[in-house]
Design a protein around this ligand. Structure first.
Ligand code: ZN
Ligand code: ZN
Length: 260
């Protein structure tokens, strides 16, 4: 599997980061995970094959995770030199059908009728099934919104990528993500701004201690925390495994064969 960080930001605009989005390829299957504002242009900037996207997976419906969804559909309908015929599958929490209909009402029919087959799947906590061609997707609930999900991508040949989405501290979410090769985790705020719906270095270290990922990638870091050395704070809070701070454009092969 290959992962490219498309967007590692938050609700706070930053010059070098756009909002949450990650691109996974495995066995010829191309998946975009979340589609926050700015994601579509970063797909092009990092020369990712957005034109041939097979699946869009959404963790939850906050603006910083879905804001570019109408733009993605607009690009796939009107931004291609050759009309697309291949289907696109959307996997998202319950409510996605109504959300897409609402977006179509504002932005236009391209959201729900892009000129190629659009297969929309609602995924609830406990979902575990194939995405196609040797890649599967599992989901569990996170303490963040009523429908927010953590996700787990498993390649048949080798490799697992976990994604906390947005979450508060949760032992159950940590157990769901146990043993993944790469865990993409949110870490929103410093410990002195801890809350039930987001993670801090200490709460993420605790979850990592339970999940024991091969590597921890920290994303979705608000400026209040990002002015500190996040990896050092997570290590000081008790997580002794490798930590990498996500950057837009960063690409990793999973399972790992070399640095960083
Ligand atoms: Zn959120
Ligand atoms: Zn968020």
């Amino acid at each position: 599997m290959e992962l490219t960080v498309v967007g590692s930001g938050t609700a706070a605009p930053e010059p070098e980061r756009v909002c949450s989005a990650f691109f996974i390829t495995a066995g010829g299957t191309r998946v975009l995970v979340d589609c926050g504002p700015g994601a579509v242009h970063h797909l092009a900037r990092f020369t990712l094959p957005w034109q041939r996207l097979d699946h869009l997976v959404i963790s939850h419906f906050h603006n910083d995770h879905i804001g570019d969804l109408p733009m993605l559909m607009f690009a796939l309908k009107w931004g291609l030199e050759q009309r697309r015929t291949a289907p696109l599958s959307v996997w998202a929490p319950p409510g996605i059908q109504g959300l897409l209909a609402g977006m179509a009402g504002i932005f236009g029919d391209h959201v729900t009728d892009p000129g190629f087959p659009l297969h929309v799947h609602e995924i609830a906590p406990g979902h575990d099934g194939p995405l196609g061609r040797g890649l599967s997707l599992a989901a569990t609930a996170t303490p963040h919104t009523d429908h927010s999900l953590a996700l787990r991508f498993q390649a048949r040949r080798a490799g697992t990528i976990g994604y906390t989405g947005d979450t508060g501290p949760s032992h159950d979410v940590a157990l769901f993500l146990a043993g993944v090769d790469l865990l993409i985790a949110e870490c929103s705020f410093p410990d002195d701004l801890a809350m039930d719906s987001h993670l801090t270095p200490s709460s993420l270290a605790g979850m990592a201690h339970t999940a024991r990922p091969g590597r921890l990638m920290v994303s979705h870091v608000y400026p209040q925390l990002d002015r500190h050395d996040v990896a050092a704070l997570i290590a000081a809070a008790g997580w002794d495994g490798p930590v990498v701070r996500a950057k837009d454009g960063m690409a990793l092969r999973v399972p790992f064969t070399e640095g960083p």
